[in-house]
Ligand binder design. Sequence first.
Ligand code: HPA
Length: 271
Amino acid sequence: MQDLLEKALEAGNYIRTHIPDVPDTVVILGSGLGKLADEIRDAIEIPYADIPNFKTSTVKGHDNKLIYGTIYGKKILAMKGRYHFYEGYSMQEAAFPIRVFALLGIRNLIVSNAAGGINKKFKVGDLMLITDHIKLCAESPLRGENEEVFGTRFPNMTDAYPVEFRNLAKSVASNLKMELQEGVYAFMAGPQYETTAEIKMLATIGADAVGMSTVPEVIAAVHSGMNVLGISCITDMTGSGQQVSHEEVMKAAGEAEGRFVRLVMEIINQL
Ligand code: HPA
């Protein structure tokens, strides 16, 4: 079996030969939040299927391609479609693209997702800046032999979402007169949505929102010293007892998408 580094190098070499430059920032576009990709100038698309060792996401609404180009002159790589643990991928596989991006020398990660709102002050359609995360379940994406090229054996996670990046997002939102919530994102393995008791537990331990993605990628990004900014779109108020469905999640994300795109474009502009 090829090891992780070899696989990541192979994928990275393929991507490198298809893009003219090292992107400044990679943006992972969550469920229903893919339209940012339409704003990328001089776009070069690379289907995941063509990249050695990349998998394809099986989730509806995920396109399975990388898009390279510029936004306000900044070199951007967008990931349209991501891998989730609940699809059957390991946490290491879910974080694999980040390993590749780290080897390519990409310094910034903007990660987005659709999430259930737990904090009762939130409402459907809110955008939430992720201040921190909680991972209760599933193994770490860093489990197994540590590859020092990526990072240290026991990486620190106390500052996973650096305050400078968050402050920038807050000032951009305020200039755009856009409301931006803040809170802690809890990772749950899914694919079933949470029980009422689980939501109560998550609220008790300090979670403001819950979802089934993002955390594997963020752990790998922090391992490799990338700067991370996370934005959740609150697609349902599971914390208020709302029944959740994938259709509602996609609909709510679609309605918030315009605001999400404006916010992220302006953050990229000011990076
Ligand atoms: N729970 C978990 N994941 C989600 C939710 C939720 O309520 N909404 C969107 N993704």
